[in-house]
Design a protein around this ligand. Structure first.
Ligand SMILES: [Zn+2]
Length: 368
């Protein structure tokens, strides 16, 4: 098992903790180690991990993935139990059809990975995971990629504009995954929009977002730690602080790379691309003209989008440096995931566990 000192050294990217006591004086460090001890108490062995993930996969008890029948026989000849449906004789396991399928890693390593990835103050990359989990770099990289795939799949199905005109819908979505109660949103307090930006390496990206008015933002702030960031809660700048409290708050966001073929000149995007973007990433009940474009937004609205974008890019660079084009979209989806988790105070650990278990439950798997 990895030593606590090593965890700190790896997370804070120092090869040797010479200044150990200096590091320890940050409240975040103490809190982190406390959470780690709690994790080990909650998940001391494979059994505990199995039960936890089982509850995520089958919260209402076993269901056959083929015919939805609730009764099965448990066959205990392999490393993991096989469940055979009483009705159609289909055989399944806990990890079948999840990101853990075909992986030989113990479940505890997966949950440890979720633990380290859920530290929202610190972005953890594959190299750090390799050291923290004590697995090969290749294994850590693959694991991290699969987590990003699960996040990307959720991103594909979670459309923007849920809270617009369907105010009561908010309560029915994932309420069990939040650590705090859902703020009450009312009709017309939300704005949907898109904005063109340049990501690192000058990649053109389209930002799609949902923002709420300053009055509504006050409600969200009461329910979360947004705005409390500072020396007490964080030791680096990646924590999101909402300084301009009268500005709108971006509550949901998507960053999508724009294929260069859809660029018209340097800073204009083709209209078919914009139309497809709105169609793909916003709820069906939102008409395209309800989605504001940057030139029609107020200064404060633009500043709010800019701020959320800067936060994500800063975290991206701090964690990964540069990333090859091929995977960039997956990393952007991950950044949006962390941003929203910070804003809505989701338990990231809980959410990653859930996403990993429901992965592939839907057929479509794609980055955009
Ligand atoms: Zn069945």
């Amino acid at each position: 098992m990895i030593e606590e000192n090593d965890i700190l050294a790896i997370l804070f990217r120092v090869t040797y903790i010479r200044d150990r006591f200096h590091l320890f004086k940050y409240p975040f460090t103490e809190k982190l180690l406390e959470q780690w001890r709690l994790f080990l108490r909650q998940f001391p062995n494979e059994n505990a991990c199995y039960t936890y993930l089982y509850d995520h996969k089958w919260p209402d008890g076993f269901r056959c993935p083929k015919c939805n029948y609730p009764n099965c026989t448990k066959i205990l000849t392999r490393r993991m139990p096989i469940y055979q449906c009483h009705q159609c004789y289909h055989q399944t396991t806990l990890t079948a059809n999840t990101i853990m399928e075909l992986s030989r890693l113990p479940l505890q390593k997966w949950l440890m990975a979720f633990f380290f990835l859920s530290l929202d103050q610190i972005g953890v990359n594959a190299f750090q995971l390799h050291l923290l989990l004590q697995v090969t770099y290749k294994t850590a990289w693959t694991l991290h990629r699969k987590v990003r795939q699960a996040i990307s799949q959720a991103d594909f199905f979670e459309l923007l504009g849920k809270t617009m005109d369907h105010s009561n819908k908010m309560d029915t979505v994932d309420t069990d995954e939040k650590t705090s109660s859902t703020p009450t949103f009312t009709t017309n307090s939300h704005t949907c929009g898109i904005m063109f930006e340049r990501a690192p390496q000058h990649k053109p990206v389209m930002i799609g977002f949902e923002m709420n008015s300053p009055q509504m933002q006050a409600d969200v702030a009461n329910h979360s730690n947004v705005g409390k960031a500072g020396a007490n809660s964080s030791i680096n700048s990646s924590t999101y602080s909402h300084k301009h409290t009268h500005d709108p708050l971006i509550t949901h966001i998507k960053l999508k790379l724009i294929p260069t073929t859809h660029m018209v000149g340097i800073d204009r995007v083709s209209s078919p691309y914009v139309a497809t973007y709105k169609h793909l990433h916003f709820e069906k009940h939102i008409s395209p003209d309800q989605i504001t474009h940057a030139p029609r937004m107020s200064y404060r609205q633009r500043r709010a989008v800019q701020k959320a974008f800067d936060y994500m890019i800063r975290r991206f660079i701090q964690t990964y440096g540069t990333i090859k084009n091929k995977y960039l979209q997956f990393y952007f989806n991950e950044m949006c995931f962390y941003y929203e988790a910070t804003i809505h105070q989701y338990s990231i650990f809980h959410r990653l566990s859930k996403l990993s278990m429901i992965y592939k439950a839907h057929k479509a798997i794609r980055a955009n």
